[in-house]
Design a protein. Structure first.
Ligand code: ANZ
Ligand code: ZN
Length: 842
């Protein structure tokens, strides 16, 4: 038979739709499984081939769980507020509402063509007033709890476009639209006090089943640092300079000070003859982003203020500089610079010829982990030799060109602290500082409060009014949602206000409290708002009494598995965890954490390994693929293309290969039917049992690529047995109906249309989705296991057990997972000794 994917895809999609096969049932007696993918932003470009990677993967999990008897919730919706739509609408003179409706239509059609098992009855859209009513309601909860407040904050302002820009619209300090330099402007913004939750957001990570690297990203973003604040006296003025340091032990090694250019003491400190230079530098710094300023690889710049502080340890005078690598928004905005032991201070000291004093003696055994060889690397000299040379110079008191950032050792050049270890010295130094009343232990977080205002049209209006008499007043719950006014023009304004500010008959309103004149808040919420709680709305998407019914939340929460892009494992993940915790504290949601498990998929790249982008013209269109090869080919290819968590280049040949595999399955089943008609004797083959076992385990561990490989291997073997009989009597071996059924059952999550079609053809009576996930015969499926040792830089860091016939790439990937934390810095080389060990060189 021909593999006519078009009619097959259609037929089964219609049947699933008719039978409502993928409906999740509230309060079912079955065990629930909530399976979530990040909902897409319906851009004008339509579906990207990257989308189906995550959606197919979790579709496979969802389908398997259903067959295992679980009540699965696998929903989808649209994260549809946002800049690209707004900018596109402005450019084409259309309404974002209309543009969004169109884009959603396209996305929906494209997703449905892939046969994803979403429960479409729960579709949501963040721009639907019935949805954002609750986003607004939640904002008011924050406000009532005192967590939403107004504060003057800098916004990115393009003086040429006369528009406030989102951070992502500022590229290298320039406006993304016109290429002119962007300025910072102060504006009152709504803020949400996420920092009040910093400690809990960090602590609670411990109990979650997130990938290690995702946990690490969350930790880094929250950025808890324990250290001390130390007060420095300044020559000639009474003001003191407070610094934050995580290394109070290195006080005696502080040879100069650096203030952020925005530091309030800078005007007072800059000597008259330096004034001009200082002002000029401050202006230049204002144009840079914090990321550029903090970049270790960038050359350090800065200027001397003309003033000096006094080091309370060594008693020495320390020149005070301003430099943009010190940020005003972190710690106290001022640092004591210890160039011997801090990379950036070291770079700065070398540039300015400032003294470098070592206060930690690490002996000759430097820990290679913390050594920064980029400062010592000369051609033809090994790291070891370079270290030796550096070390000799330190001994002789000469300047050297490297720093070690985190090392510990014995204190030296530090008076009464000499001889202590780093850890002892930290504690003692704090006690000493406290006694002298010039310092204390403090903890700082990198996490900042959340800037929650946007000066844009296409977002949720902030549901507050300002009344001259009553101040800020909440819109009563019964009057929610505050609907975005449907207007013809909403272009950004000349003065950086939100476009809503010009719609006077919307802005002018009455105060809900006193009935007097009042004005609506015209800022809208950021993109992140609607996506911070959408997983809750799927549970009860049509409820207009509450964002979701409490008993339904009790039944479904938490999300059991959440997959999304690595680019969202910082902000979105943090915001939504915070949002859920807050709602939990207010008694609205049952669990403190929203997601029990979080995984991430790698990007789909263009054939040459570069990013797919419209401008490069290398975007692969999923519509064309579905038409040409069918939904199952696209699905199976997306899973087969490489390890799920890693970025992989697209390959047209790979797609064709997968199509051939599916055609081979069709040929096999045709042959099977023919042989069966001839009453060929049947037998149970180990390959089927092994495949069932392997695919089951691979889905569970999200190794979809090896799952597909197992299916392919199985079909190849079956074909051989069918066509070239190798039994001693030359007879063809035919597997039983129940074995073939097992094969189709495990193939079903990957290629559901074809699996169902073939099942029907061999006489199966139900659709496969209604059948149970198969088990395997343990005896037949038995595989020999091997223990593989894992080394990092030659040191034994773990072991992993693998099937005796596992491929090298699979073993390496498994090994990486075991030793993630040792190879964070990136693997330079991988050495595999067959059946024995893997060694990663980092
Ligand atoms: C002296 C010192 C010696 C430092 C040393 C480090 C190593 P984390 O761990 O990220 O919290 N620092 C403090 N405030 C800063 C600011 N506003 N902008 C830029 N850098 C700032 O980093 C804390 C360390 O970063 C602090 O400890 C300070 O440098 C610097 F061997 O003080 B340290
Ligand atoms: Zn009032």
């Amino acid at each position: 038979m021909q593999y006519d994917h078009k009619s097959i895809d259609h037929k089964w999609q219609a049947r699933w739709e008719r039978e409502q096969t993928f409906r999740a049932e509230d309060f079912s007696q079955k065990e629930k499984f909530y399976c979530l993918v990040e909902f897409p932003y319906p851009s004008g470009a339509g579906l990207h081939v990257g989308h189906p990677r995550s959606y197919t993967a979790l579709d496979i999990v969802a389908r398997k769980k259903r067959m295992e008897g679980k009540n699965v919730l696998y929903p989808i919706g649209w994260d549809a507020f946002g800049l690209p739509t707004e900018n596109y609408a402005i450019k084409t003179g259309r309404k974002p509402q209309d543009v969004t409706r169109e884009n959603v239509g396209t996305f929906k059609r494209q997703l449905q063509a892939l046969g994803l098992s979403f429960d479409w009855s729960r579709e949501i859209n963040t721009t639907d007033p019935a949805y954002y009513k609750w986003t607004q309601w939640m904002f008011l909860e924050f406000w009532k709890a005192g967590l939403a407040y107004k504060k003057k904050m800098p916004i990115n302002w393009c003086p040429s476009c006369k528009i406030g820009l989102a951070n992502e619209e500022v590229v290298g300090g320039m406006c993304e639209r016109c290429g002119n330099p962007v300025e910072k402007r102060e504006k009152e913004q709504w803020m949400i006090a996420i920092t009040k939750y910093a400690d809990r957001l960090l602590e609670d990570l411990k109990d979650l089943n997130y990938l290690e690297k995702i946990k690490k990203q969350q930790e880094d973003w929250i950025g808890k640092s324990e250290g001390a604040e130390i007060e420095f006296a300044v020559d000639g003025i009474d003001d003191k300079i407070n610094v934050f340091t995580t290394r109070p032990d290195t006080l005696f090694g502080a040879t100069f000070m650096v203030l952020a250019p925005e530091h309030p003491l800078v005007p007072k400190l800059s000597a008259r003859d330096r004034h001009h230079e200082v002002v000029h530098y401050i202006e230049k710094a204002a144009a840079k982003t914090d990321i550029e300023r903090g970049d270790v690889t960038k050359e350090k710049t800065g200027v001397f203020t003309g003033s000096y502080a006094v080091n309370p340890g060594s008693g020495e005078k320390m020149p005070i500089y301003i430099a943009d690598y010190v940020m005003m928004g972190y710690g106290t905005g001022a640092i004591m610079a210890v160039p011997a032991h801090d990379t950036r201070d070291c770079q700065f000291a070398q540039k300015k010829g400032l003294p470098i004093r070592f206060v930690i003696d690490c002996g000759e055994n430097y820990d290679e982990d913390y050594y920064l060889p980029e400062f010592a690397h000369l051609d033809g000299i090994s790291d070891k030799q370079a270290m030796q040379m550096d070390f000799e110079k330190i001994r002789k008191g000469e300047q050297i060109y490297f720093a070690y950032t985190k090392e510990s050792g014995q204190m030296m050049n530090s008076g009464e602290f000499d001889g202590l270890t780093t850890e002892e010295a930290k504690k003692k130094m704090i006690v000493w500082l406290e006694e002298k009343k010039i310092g204390k232990a403090v903890t700082h977080f990198k996490l900042r409060d959340w800037v929650f205002s946007r000066q844009r049209y296409w977002g949720e209006p902030i549901p507050l009014v300002h009344c001259a008499k009553c101040g800020w007043v909440a819109i009563p719950e019964t009057d929610l949602p505050v609907v975005l006014p449907d207007v013809e023009h909403y272009e950004p304004t000349e003065n950086g206000e939100s476009p809503l500010a010009t719609i006077t008959d919307w802005v002018n309103t009455t105060c809900p409290q006193c009935g007097g004149d009042a004005k609506r808040e015209t800022d809208t919420m950021p993109n992140w708002a609607g996506s911070s709680w959408y997983f809750l709305r799927y549970i009860d998407p049509k409820n207009d009494e509450a964002f979701a019914d409490k008993t339904k939340l009790d039944y479904w929460m938490p999300v059991d598995l959440y997959n999304g892009g690595m680019e969202h494992t910082t902000l979105h993940l943090l915001y939504s965890r915070f949002w859920n915790k807050f709602l939990h504290d207010r008694g609205f949601v049952p669990t403190s954490e929203p997601y029990q498990k979080r995984t991430s998929h790698g990007l789909v790249l263009a054939e040459d390994g570069s990013k797919m982008s419209k401008s490069k013209g290398n975007v692969v269109n999923p519509d064309k693929l579905v038409v040409e090869f069918g939904a199952d080919t696209v699905r199976v290819y997306e899973m087969f293309m490489g390890p799920f968590a890693e970025p992989v280049p697209w390959s047209e040949n790979g797609v064709i290969g997968v199509r051939r595999f599916l055609e081979k399955v069709v040929r096999y089943v045709d042959a099977w039917i023919e042989l069966k008609a001839k009453e060929t004797p049947e037998m149970e083959l180990p390959i089927i049992e092994k495949t069932v076992k392997k695919v089951t385990e691979d889905i569970e561990s999200m190794h979809f690529n090896t799952g597909v490989a197992a299916l392919m291997k199985c079909v190849n073997e079956l074909m051989e047995i069918c066509i070239t009989p190798d039994a001693p009597d030359g007879s063809i071996r035919l597997i039983s109906f129940s074995q073939l059924e097992k094969f189709l059952l495990v193939m079903c999550p990957f290629a559901p249309h074809l699996a169902n079609e073939l099942y029907e053809r061999i006489g199966g009576e139900e659709i496969l989705e209604k059948k149970s996930w198969p088990s395997w015969d343990a005896e037949l499926a038995k595989d020999e296991e091997l223990q593989i040792a894992i080394q990092v830089n030659g040191k034994l860091r773990g072991t992993v057990s693998v099937a005796s016939d596992a491929e090298e790439s699979v073993i390496v990937e498994k090994a990486k997972e075991v030793v993630v934390k040792y190879i964070e810095t990136g693997v330079k080389k991988t050495i595999y000794v067959k059946n024995r060990l893997v060694n990663f060189v980092v």
